[in-house]
Design a protein around this ligand. Structure first.
Ligand SMILES: *[C@@H]1O[C@H](CO)[C@@H](O)[C@H](O)[C@H]1NC(C)=O
Ligand SMILES: *[C@@H]1O[C@H](CO)[C@@H](O)[C@H](O)[C@H]1NC(C)=O
Ligand SMILES: *[C@@H]1O[C@H](CO)[C@@H](O)[C@H](O)[C@H]1NC(C)=O
Ligand SMILES: *[C@@H]1O[C@H](CO)[C@@H](O)[C@H](O)[C@H]1NC(C)=O
Length: 824
C-alpha cells in the first residue's frame, strides 16, 4: 500500500513547482461546445479575411479579404449574413510582374489592408495588389468600386503596405485618412501620413529626417476628438538606450488633426508629430517592451475625456519572459502630461539622445503651429521624443499571463446589477482562445476561455460590437463571431454568481441566470466577491422538497482497484473527497493532482460511501456521492441514510440516478446533486450540475448520462496491468524529479561559481534568475535612466553646454531641412 502514497507526493511536488500566481480561466469551452458556440463564416473561394470594419451604426460588418471585400449584416448576438461581395483582384500581368520580382505567388494577390468609412455614401479601401498597393472608393449603397476617371484605382503608396505580412494602421477623421505603414517595396521607409485632405488642409506626412521612426511595427491608432489629435501606437528600436543593440521599445505618437504643415520649414510635413515611450514594467523586473495590440476605452458618459484609457498587450524580447504577455493600461491624462513635458535632444553626429539643454522656444506637440516662425518649427522638428515615459495607471501591470501569448485585445465597460461599471477585456491568444476577463479590485478574473480557431494564425483581427453584443474575429480561415455572454449556460443561482460574469445575474422571479439588463428587479450578482451565500440566500427555493436521493451504487469484487470520478467544469473549484468517518489515509487512497479521480483497492475497510465536494470562493457543493459495495449478485437498494444528510431533492426533472447495478455492469453515471453552501441555509436554491459535466465530455450533451463514473477493474489480470502501468508512471515521475533537482543544483552551483568569478554581477541581486548579461543591463539602466540623463545635463552645463547648441544649429543649416516637399 505504500506504493499508492508515492505518486501523490510526487504529483504535488510537480504541481507546486509549476504553479504560478496566474489567472486561470474558470471555464474552458473547446471549439463548438454547445454552451458557447461560435459561428464561423467561410466562403470556399475567399480566404485571409483579416481586415474588419464595423459600420458607424454597427449594422454592417465589412471584411477585407484576399481579392475580395465582403459585406455582412450583423444581428444581435453577432450572427452574420452575407449581403454582398465585391471582387478586386490584380490582373494576370500584375501577378506575373509580382512573381518576376521574386515574390511568392501566395503573397501576390490583393490583400485588403485598409477599410474605412469616409462618409454616409462612400468607403475607402486599399490592398497590397501584387506588391503594388492600390486604393479605391467604394460606393456603400451599391457595394461597388468607384474607379477614377481613367478607370484605374489610385496609387496606394504610403497608405497600404506592399507586403501582406507588414503591419499597418488606418483611421478616418472627418473624411481624411490617417495611416501608418511602410511606403516602399522593401519595407524600410516607414511613414505616418494624412491623405484625402482638401483645400487648405493639405496632405501631410512625416519629415524625411532620419531617426523619427526606427524600424517600427505599427499596431494601432486612435482619435480623441476633445484633443483634436490622432494617436499612433507602435513598437520600434529604442535608440535612446544605447547600451544594447536593437532594444525594442513601445511608443505612442501623436499628430494634430488641425495640422496643415509649416510655411517654409516643414512644408507639407507634420508640425505636431511627437512620440513617447509606453513603459509596461513592474518594479525590479524587465519591461514588457514589445507592443502587440491596443484597445481604446472611452470614458464613462459625462466623465472627462482625460479618463480615456488605452489597454495594451505587451510581450517581452527577453528570454526570462518569453512566452508571457502583460496587459498595461495608460490614461489619456498621463499621455497628455508626458507630451506636455520636456523633450530629449538628438545629437545627430553621435546619434545620442540627451536631455535638452538649449532654451525652450516652443512646446513640441502643440497644435496650431502653421503660422509659426522657422525658428519655432526648427525647434519642434528637432524635439520630438518626450523625455518622460508614459507609465501605466497606478504604476502597475493590469495582468500578467505566464503561459499565454496574447495577440489582440478589445475592451468594454459593462454595467453590473449593482450599478457599478466593470471593465471587461477580450484577449485573443495566439493559439486561438478568447479569454473574457473582468478586471476586479483583487485582480483580473478570467470568466471563460472560448476556442475560436484551431490553427495558430499569423494575421488576425479582433473587433467588438457593443450594440450587437458580439466579438468578431477575422482570421485567414474566415470570420468568427461569438456572443459576449451566454448567461443561460448557468443553471442555478450559485453557478450564476460563481461565474462572476458582469453580464449575468440571477433573476429570482424567473429562476434563470440572465442578462443583467433583462432583469426587472433585484438581480442577484456579486462580480467582485462571487459570494454565493450572500447573494443566493435571499433567493427563494424553486419548488417543494422531495425525498432525499441516495448515492450512486458501485459494486466491486474485493482486491480490485476502484476508481471514482468527480467532474466539474470550473477550474477554480477545489475538489475534495470524504467518507462518513472522515478518514482518507494517503497510504490507501490515491488521488490525482486535482482530486478528480480517487483510486483505492477494494478491501472490507474501504467499502462504504464516498462523497466528492467542490469548494469555490468559500462555497461548497457536493458533486458526486458513491456507495461502494461488495459484488454479491444480490440487487441492493441503498438506504438513503447512508450518507451525511445534505443531499437535497433533485427536482429539476432529472431521472433518479440511483441504479441497481448488476454484477456485470461497470459503467455508472455520475450522480447530480444540488449544492450546499458551507453555512447551509435550508432554503437554498436547487441546482443541477450536469452542465458542469457536459462540456468536459465534448460536444455531445447527451453523452453526460453515459459518463463513466466508477470503473471496476475486471479480474486480476487487468488490475495487475494497472499496477504495472502505475509503477511505470511513478518511476518516470521519480526520474523526472531527480533530473529536475539535479539541474537546479547544477544551476545554483553554476550561479555561485559565476558570481565568485564575476563579482560585478552581484550588484544585480534582484535580477530574476536566468537573465542574461544584457537583460541585467536593461534592468539596471531602465531604473537609472533618468538619473543618467540628469547627470549628463549637469555635465553639459558645466563643460560642454555650448557644444550641443551648436550641433543643433548645425542641423538647422544642414541639407535635412531642404528636402523636396513632395507628397507621397
Ligand atoms: C447557451 O448555453 C445553453 C446551455 O448550454 C445552450 O443550450 C445555448 O444554445 C447557449 N446559447 C448560446 C446563444 O450560445
Ligand atoms: C462622400 O465622399 C465621396 C468621395 O470623396 C464624395 O464623392 C461624396 O460626394 C461624399 N458624399 C457625401 C454625402 O458627402
Ligand atoms: C496664418 O496666416 C495666414 C496668412 O498669413 C492667415 O490667413 C491665417 O488666418 C493665419 N492662421 C492662423 C491660425 O493664425
Ligand atoms: C493567407 O491565408 C493562408 C491560409 O489560408 C495563410 O497560409 C497565409 O499566411 C495568409 N496570408 C496572409 C498574408 O495573411
Amino acid at each position: 500500500m505504500l506504493r499508492s502514497g508515492l505518486p501523490a507526493v510526487w504529483l504535488t511536488l510537480v504541481m507546486v513547482s509549476a504553479s504560478w500566481d496566474q489567472p486561470t480561466p474558470r471555464l474552458s469551452f473547446p471549439l463548438d461546445d454547445p454552451g458557447r458556440p461560435v459561428s464561423l463564416f467561410t466562403l470556399t473561394d475567399v480566404s485571409n479575411s483579416t481586415t474588419l470594419l464595423l459600420s458607424e451604426d454597427e449594422d454592417m460588418l465589412v471584411v477585407g479579404a484576399r481579392n475580395a471585400i465582403l459585406f455582412f449584416n450583423i444581428s444581435l448576438g453577432g450572427s452574420l449574413t452575407l449581403h454582398s461581395r465585391l471582387n478586386w483582384s490584380p490582373t494576370e500581368k500584375d501577378l506575373n510582374d509580382c512573381s518576376m520580382k521574386g515574390k511568392s505567388k501566395a503573397d501576390c494577390p490583393n490583400f485588403i489592408r485598409v477599410l474605412q468609412e469616409l462618409n454616409s455614401t462612400h468607403m475607402y479601401a486599399c490592398g497590397t495588389f501584387a506588391f503594388s498597393p492600390r486604393c479605391a472608393y467604394i460606393n456603400s449603397q451599391q457595394f461597388s468600386l468607384v474607379t477614377g476617371p481613367n478607370g484605374k484605382a489610385e496609387e496606394g503608396r504610403g497608405r497600404c503596405p506592399y507586403d501582406p505580412y507588414q503591419k499597418n494602421t488606418a483611421i478616418t477623421v472627418d473624411g481624411e485618412l490617417y495611416t501608418s505603414t511602410v511606403a516602399d517595396y522593401r519595407g524600410n521607409r516607414p511613414v505616418i501620413s494624412r491623405h484625402l485632405s482638401e483645400g487648405r488642409h493639405v496632405d501631410l506626412k512625416l519629415d524625411d529626417a532620419p531617426y523619427l521612426l526606427e524600424d517600427p511595427t505599427f499596431i494601432s491608432s486612435a482619435f480623441v476628438r476633445s484633443e483634436g489629435k490622432v494617436y499612433f501606437f507602435f513598437s520600434e528600436i529604442g535608440r535612446e538606450y544605447d547600451f544594447i543593440d536593437k532594444f525594442t521599445v513601445s511608443r505612442i505618437a501623436q499628430v494634430c488633426t488641425s495640422d496643415v504643415g509649416g510655411q517654409r520649414t516643414l512644408q507639407r510635413r507634420w508640425t505636431t508629430f511627437t512620440k513617447a515611450q509606453l513603459l509596461c514594467q513592474a518594479s525590479g523586473e524587465l519591461p514588457y517592451n514589445v507592443l502587440q495590440d491596443v484597445a481604446t476605452l472611452p470614458p464613462v458618459e459625462g466623465a472627462s475625456e482625460d479618463d480615456t484609457l488605452f489597454y495594451g498587450i505587451f510581450s517581452s524580447q527577453w528570454s526570462v519572459n518569453s512566452g508571457r504577455s502583460a496587459v498595461c493600461v495608460f490614461s489619456l491624462k498621463d499621455v497628455k502630461g508626458v507630451f506636455g513635458g520636456n523633450y530629449k535632444t538628438l545629437n545627430r553626429d553621435t546619434v545620442k539622445w540627451t536631455r535638452r539643454v538649449q532654451e525652450k522656444i516652443a512646446s513640441p506637440g502643440e497644435c496650431g503651429l502653421h503660422n509659426a516662425s522657422d525658428n519655432v518649427l526648427q525647434f519642434v522638428k528637432e524635439n520630438f521624443l518626450a523625455e518622460e515615459s508614459v507609465m501605466p495607471v497606478d504604476r502597475s501591470l493590469t495582468l500578467v499571463s505566464p503561459d499565454q501569448h496574447y495577440t489582440n485585445i478589445a475592451a468594454q465597460r459593462v454595467r453590473g446589477a449593482e450599478g457599478y461599471n466593470y471593465t471587461v477585456l477580450y484577449l485573443l491568444t495566439e493559439g486561438g482562445y478568447l479569454h473574457k476577463t473582468v478586471l476586479l479590485e483583487k485582480g483580473p478574473h478570467i470568466v471563460e476561455e472560448i476556442q475560436v480557431f484551431t490553427q495558430p494564425q499569423k494575421v488576425q483581427n479582433l473587433l467588438l460590437s457593443v450594440s450587437k453584443a458580439a466579438v468578431l474575429i477575422g482570421t485567414s480561415q474566415g470570420v468568427v463571431s461569438v456572443p459576449v455572454s451566454n448567461c443561460s449556460y448557468y443553471e442555478s443561482c450559485s453557478e450564476c454568481v460563481l461565474a462572476r460574469d458582469a453580464f449575468c445575474a440571477w433573476d429570482p422571479s424567473r429562476h434563470i441566470c440572465a442578462d443583467v439588463s433583462s432583469i426587472k428587479k433585484k438581480a442577484a450578482q456579486d462580480v467582485e466577491g462571487g459570494s454565493v451565500s450572500e447573494v443566493c440566500s435571499t433567493v427563494r427555493p424553486r419548488t417543494h422538497s422531495s425525498p432525499s436521493l441516495p448515492g450512486q451504487l458501485v459494486s466491486v469484487s474485493l482486491n480490485t482497484v476502484v476508481k471514482l470520478q468527480c467532474l466539474t467544469a470550473s477550474r477554480l473549484a477545489k475538489r475534495s473527497w470524504e467518507r462518513p468517518d472522515g478518514q482518507l489515509p494517503p497510504s490507501i487512497y490515491l488521488q490525482n493532482h486535482d482530486n478528480s479521480v480517487l483510486r483505492f483497492l477494494a478491501t472490507p475497510t474501504t467499502l462504504g460511501s464516498y462523497r466528492c465536494q467542490a469548494t469555490e470562493n468559500g462555497f461548497t457543493q457536493t458533486l458526486a456521492v458513491y456507495e461502494v459495495r461488495e459484488k454479491g449478485g444480490v440487487n441492493l437498494q441503498l438506504p438513503a441514510t447512508s450518507l451525511p444528510q445534505d443531499n437535497q431533492p433533485n427536482n429539476e426533472g432529472q431521472r433518479d440516478t440511483t441504479r441497481q447495478v448488476t454484477p456485470a455492469t461497470t459503467e455508472l453515471k455520475p450522480k447530480m446533486e444540488k449544492p450546499k453552501p458551507s453555512s447551509a441555509p435550508t432554503d437554498m436554491p436547487t441546482v443541477i450540475l450536469h452542465r458542469n459535466f457536459a462540456h468536459k465530455m465534448g460536444s455531445d450533451r447527451e453523452a453526460e448520462t453515459e459518463v463513466e463514473a466508477g470503473v471496476v477493474d475486471q479480474g486480476r489480470l487487468s488490475s495487475t496491468n494497472r499496477y504495472v502501468q502505475e509503477l511505470i508512471v511513478v518511476s518516470v515521475l521519480l526520474v523526472l524529479c531527480i533530473i529536475a533537482l539535479l539541474m537546479m543544483a547544477l544551476y545554483n552551483f553554476r550561479l555561485r561559481h559565476h558570481h565568485r568569478t564575476a563579482p560585478a554581477m552581484q550588484q544585480d541581486a534582484e535580477t530574476p534568475d536566468g537573465a542574461t548579461a544584457s537583460e541585467r543591463e536593461v534592468l539596471r539602466t531602465q531604473s537609472t535612466y533618468e538619473d543618467k540623463c540628469r547627470g549628463n545635463e549637469s555635465n553639459k552645463q558645466d563643460t560642454g553646454g555650448k557644444s550641443s547648441m551648436t550641433l543643433s544649429n548645425g542641423t538647422l543649416n544642414g541639407s535635412m531641412s531642404h528636402l523636396p516637399n513632395m507628397p507621397i
